[in-house]
Design a protein around this ligand. Sequence first.
Ligand code: NAG
Ligand code: NAG
Length: 483
Amino acid sequence: MSTMRTVIGLALALVFSFSLAHVAEWKNAKDLPILVKTMKELHRGPPKQTVLKRANVEEKWIAQKLDHFDESNTQTYQMRYLVNDEFQEEGSPIFIYLGGEWAIEDSMVSAGHWYDMAQEHKGVLIYTEHRYYGESIPTTTMSTEHLQYLHVKQALADVAHFIETYKSENSQLTNSKVLLAGGSYSATMVVWFKRLYPDLVEGGWASSAPLLAKVDFTEYKEVVGRAFLQLGGQQCYNRINNGIAELESMFENNRAAEARAMLRLCSSFDDKNDLDLWTLFGSISNIFSGVAQYQRYGEIEYYCDFLLSFDDDATAIANFAYWAWGYPSCIDARYSGTVEYYLWSIENFSASRPWYYQTCNEYGWYQSSGSNNQPFGNKFPALLYTTLCADVFGTQFTNENIGLSVSQTNIDFGGMAPEVENIYMTHGGLDPWNPMGHGVTEGATVITNASHCADFGSIDAGDTAEMRASKERLAELVREWLA
Ligand SMILES: *[C@@H]1O[C@H](CO)[C@@H](O)[C@H](O)[C@H]1NC(C)=O
Ligand SMILES: *[C@@H]1O[C@H](CO)[C@@H](O)[C@H](O)[C@H]1NC(C)=O
């Protein structure tokens, strides 16, 4: 048992390490409110590529208008980008990987399939950082007032300005063709960029792009459940389903004290407050989401073995959660703790806050318990998340206004019908995000058993036949686009 603990503990440490490194400033990182902790996990950016040969990646900056849509506003900010020009020559194509709601890093332009294709075509590799993330912060705080310049339209305009400027300032590249790639939200940006600025790019690769904005994203947890069912088996699925049902019923049937002790909740947790209960059950389900969203071969099976090693269902869930959250002194599942964290990050930057703002202002995508066809109970409605919008960003974020903003996003970008050419879309068949993107009937490639952004690695002997075929198809399309 103790060896298994260590091994799984290590695996969990890998899954959950990025967020911990990032939040060391918050009192005690271990005691981060669990809803914040689990949501950070889900937005940590595409998996890093394994770099075998250190590439010469340069960090550079470009001035961007703070507001591209207001002529009278002349303020600018510095946007960061990374360049790897090891293959550059006269007329090289430009391979741009778009940053999303995370900090950019070298590996994406130093290794992987995008890098390999750039090598084949003697391309220049660039990774642009999205405004308000990483070090590309345009404002002195992240107050709601200051976040008014955070919008995908502004970020896309940054990319357009970047492409025009980069080409005009590099005499070797004035007439170069440009290709885009992105994963998750930045894949969405690839599609939308082609829609808004079709002449600036030849083609693009969108891995796991959600296209439809939706407040109550009930499908997400269904796919998380399906991933545990298909890869972990019926027993594992039942354990999750029954364990969560048991914990819910303990709170409903005068066994709250027992449930609180089992879950090691901090004494301030108020089980009579719906928002606290919703925060707790939403966070527990998010641990499973974090595993499924980036699962690699064998991982779900591994966690399932762990879950099945306990005598009863509720204990298994409680211990799994305690483990995943790094054994905090007590588990802070208070709703008010979550609000406090997001208010704290107004001055103490944390990427969670701007992304949360974008969900309230543009997309929704709240991964609720609204479907009965999933094993995580029914205790975290989208209302948990929309209430948090109002408490964190201001009372103007009513449910009605959030709904209107989300509809507007679909009007602006066409939802499931973006009508773009030369964009190759790929999805993992067990990626919980895939219901918001294109399926096979719309021309996308859906790779069986794969998770979110799973196809950025080089073509490799370990690839499934479908994975390999998709990477080869993309390489062929890139040849056509650059011909
Ligand atoms: C998907 O995973 C299941 C469960 O491990 C396995 O039986 C099946 O062969 C896999 N399918 C493919 C195409 O890899
Ligand atoms: C930011 O963090 C510092 C140090 O932890 C703290 O003193 C300050 O109150 C925080 N800002 C906000 C808005 O909470």
